[in-house]
Write a protein that binds this ligand. Structure first.
Ligand code: PGA
Length: 243
């Protein structure tokens, strides 16, 4: 089943998160054709969880450590104990602003597995790298963090070109298909792998991307903050939606 993940990033206060949850519950009541996961800020994970199971929750990040004196960190086991199903690992904002290296990310993937979480592992090139023809090389390097991850474990990989994140400039459906296809081959896994596209996904472009071969869903940032637009993206990602 296709998967659409809402990455709220560092947005919404608790009342806003709760209001968004309630609005989402009104809108996605009868969806069912796509799997939905919501990644709110850590303090609202319990508030945003859906007791009716229409969506799961995801952490936006987790620590590379198991537990202990690491002030401000949140462990994968903590996320699992809050009911999370997924954890986003290696988002380009984490790589860029928090200097997360491949070694750190490999440890995070390991922690996620220990806690029974499915990693949503993000990769993607900058504009300069794309223009220099380095996209595949960058993806290969980033994917090294998954080298020790068991090949038969369920995994979500998200191709998110850095130049498309929060810029309003999405990858063309051709670029998204080509690069997600490369990523799938690179990771060399079977049915347990789903490859998402992320980067300025909106209700306007979701369908044209969703019909492309090898795109199993989306990681949505800005457009996921609005429950109306987000539920529209979910509807358009479903198998029966009109082109
Ligand atoms: P965006 O963000 O949809 O706002 O471009 C996507 C992401 O960062 O996951």
């Amino acid at each position: 089943m296709r998967l659409v993940v809402a990455n709220w990033k560092m947005n919404k206060t608790r009342p806003e998160a709760v209001a968004c949850r309630d609005e989402l519950a009104r809108r996605v009541g009868s969806l069912g054709a796509v799997e939905i996961s919501i990644a709110p800020a850590f303090p609202f994970l319990a508030d945003v969880a859906d007791p009716e199971g229409r969506w799961s929750t995801a952490g936006q990040n987790c620590s590379s450590e198991r537990s202990g004196a690491f002030t401000g960190e949140v462990s994968a086991a903590m996320l699992a104990s809050c009911g999370c199903r997924y954890v986003i690992i290696g988002h380009s904002e984490r790589r860029k602003y928090f200097g997360e290296s491949e070694t750190t990310l490999a440890a995070k993937v390991e922690r996620a597995r220990e806690a029974g979480l499915v990693p949503i592992f993000c990769v993607g090139e900058t504009l300069a790298e794309r223009e220099a023809g380095l996209t595949e090389e960058v993806l290969r390097r980033q994917a090294e963090a998954l080298e020790r991850d068991p090949r038969d474990a369920a995994l979500v990989a998200a191709y998110e070109p850095v130049w498309a994140i929060g810029t309003g400039r999405n990858a063309t459906p051709e670029q998204a298909e080509e690069t997600t296809g490369y990523l799938r081959g690179l990771l060399g896994r079977g049915d347990g792998l789903r490859v998402l596209y992320g980067g300025s996904v909106t209700p306007e472009n979701a369908r044209n991307l969703a019909v492309r071969r090898g795109i199993d869903g989306f990681l949505v940032g800005g457009a996921s903050l609005d429950p109306s637009g987000f539920s529209e993206i979910c509807r358009l990602t479903g198998p029966g939606a009109p082109v």
